[in-house]
Write a protein that binds this ligand. Sequence first.
Ligand code: FEO
Length: 403
Amino acid sequence: MHATREILPGIHWVGGSDRRLERFENLFPLPNGITYNAWTILDEKTALIDTVDGAIGPLFLENLAHALQGRPLDYLVVNHMEPDHCAHIDAILRLHPQARLVGNTKTHAFFRQFYPEAKDVHILEVKEGDRLPLGRRTLRFVLAPMVHWPEVMFTLEETEGILFSADAFGAFGALPGNLFADELDHASLFLDETRRYYANIVGRYGPQVQAVLRKLEGVQIRTICPLHGPMWRKDLHVLLGLYDRWSRYAPEKRGVVLAYGSMYGNTENAVHALAARLADLGTTDMRIHDISKVHPSYVIADFWKYSHLVLAAPTYNMGLYYPMHNLLHEISSLGLRDRTVALIGNHTWSSAALKEMQGMLSGMKGMTVIGMPQDVRSALRADDASWLDALAREVAESAQLQV
Ligand code: FEO
């Protein structure tokens, strides 16, 4: 049976949630599932804004049929041609052969790549600023290239200021029936998952997010409708402020994230000894992650949030312990920058981890290494206390000054 919600007169949410999928993009764990949002607009003309992932196809098609109330679909607007939002375009066009597929040049090129067999598709190609009147409501298209993919655009419903924002402002997590951030416990349920989604999915494209935020300055926006997670109709400045900060790679808070890989517990012991000293020195807001155990997407979300990182790992196969190598590769690829970092290595018979961490960090922008990077010789000894004390002082003082 359909499960739709009318979010504004004539505008229905026709998306759905998938609580079974283990990993988004087959990469990112989804302990709380994921939502795929889509909407219909019924006016003199009818429009569907985006579609959904194949996993919730049957429900989506029922939702669409219910929301259209027997009317034909005039426009299918594709803000993002990634398959988690586009699994059912062909089915919809078969059901509504008169519908026009609305997108930009790149949308249509990608459509042809994903649907090489599609025939008799009526395309409506739009450019930056083009308007599409539906009757009482008018849609305006705002290109947002690389706010995940190059074809991405936002659709602004101008009459009531509704921004359909593709992946931007999205979150991991299935919706609990409530659709809007102000009608659910957003701080507990979605804030961390909005940050984890941003850092890992959109994080690389900070300059492009900044560009589209500048384009939207002065635009009257009353509702934000992302393709994943809750919609927003109150306190939009909170969400916009976070996006502005995250896309400038500016930390939200002063605090220290200690991320370590440890084969037998000795590197872990060095991190615990440092963390205890940091706490003694009054450092608050610390997070410790064993990166062999915690998925990197969570560690990376904390790196986005906090000002200071401590990275610790042993030498392994004459190089850097693989999980730390992977983590540094990921943050480099995501373009994380402007963090203050302290480093601890460990080796027994060949030292390479510390040097490799330093080398990888030196290739990233604005990563400032503080303190004297230390290379533990197998396990901490009593005389290691002096460098631990000194490193803790440097990190604590720096963390208390910044942000
Ligand atoms: Fe939710 Fe970039 O797709």
